[in-house]
Design a binder for this molecule. Structure first.
Ligand code: GSH
Length: 263
């Protein structure tokens, strides 16, 4: 039974005792390995050494993203979702990241830049990612009715890569310090790096984008970055093994040479 349910049911002394026990429970991040949004939280959890405080569990453990129990916690039916140790259900990966940095500020590296300029660069990168990239990332791997809409969104991904090239300072997003901005971008770049060359004919996602290229190589060398790379890429490889790009009609779309696919 999840904590907030017990909370709403709580009344009287005996129930308050139950609440105390529930309050003592460990925080849970609902997520799966291939989830790029959740991977930014997994990166932060590991980087800050919070595995003892937060369990990472699959939404399937409570029936899946669209189950009544999960929807009661996150009506959007999306992951990641953090249920804090006090039972508060917190969706939205960037909000979760900021909560982790705040709540566990004294635990491990801060992952917050030491200057206003560094901090704003990190939050700008995360915002560009969330506002302009996440809504169209499905064009790389989901079924879409319109070949034209898919082609436009792939072009838009190329444009947003150029925008990010102008934001990343190097060697990390915010300069010399690793921040939540790096955590936000890196897992989605695992998608770009795997999918765009394999299924859309891109030669190299980083061609003409030297800052992103240096940042990418740097992030892959980071131990927690390497783990995220393996998890997300492993999930994408699983999709490939199941012929996802054929079965979702993506390969048929890309075969249409009236549209440009590679940038
Ligand atoms: N803005 C949300 C996006 C969450 C999102 O789209 N999550 C994906 C996985 S990375 C998901 O749950 N997809 C399943 C679905 O939409 O049914 C966030 O940053 O957490």
């Amino acid at each position: 039974m999840l904590a907030h349910r017990s909370l709403s049911a709580a009344s009287g002394r005996a129930s308050r005792q139950t609440v105390c026990n529930v309050y003592a429970s460990k925080a849970k991040l609902f997520d799966v390995p291939v989830s790029n949004n959740g991977a930014r939280n997994r990166f932060i959890i590991r980087k800050k050494g919070l595995e003892g405080q937060i369990d990472i569990v699959s939404p399937q453990s409570i029936g899946g993203l669209k189950s009544p129990e999960y929807l009661a916690l996150n009506p959007q039916g999306k992951m990641p979702l953090l249920v804090t140790e006090s039972g508060f259900p917190l969706p939205e990966s960037e909000v979760i990241s900021q909560y982790l940095l705040d709540k566990y500020a004294d635990h491990g590296p801060s992952l917050v830049a030491s200057t206003p300029e560094g901090r704003v660069r990190a939050s700008l990168a995360a915002r560009i990612h969330d506002v302009y990239i996440v809504p169209i990332q499905g064009s790389m791997y989901r079924t879409m009715d319109s070949v034209e809409a898919r082609a436009k969104q792939i072009e838009q991904i190329a444009f947003q890569l150029n925008v990010l090239e102008g934001i990343v300072q190097g060697p990390f997003v915010a300069g010399s310090e690793l921040t939540a901005g790096d955590a936000a971008l890196f897992p989605t770049f695992v998608f770009f790096d795997f999918i765009l060359p394999t299924y859309f004919g891109w030669k190299d996602v980083f061609a003409g984008r030297p800052k992103l290229k240096a940042w990418w190589e740097n992030m892959k060398k980071d131990p927690e970055g390497a783990k995220i790379y393996e998890e997300v890429r492993g999930g994408l490889q699983g999709w490939a093994n199941n012929n996802r790009w054929r079965d979702q009609g993506i390969q048929d779309h890309v075969a249409n040479t009236a549209y440009k696919w590679a940038y």
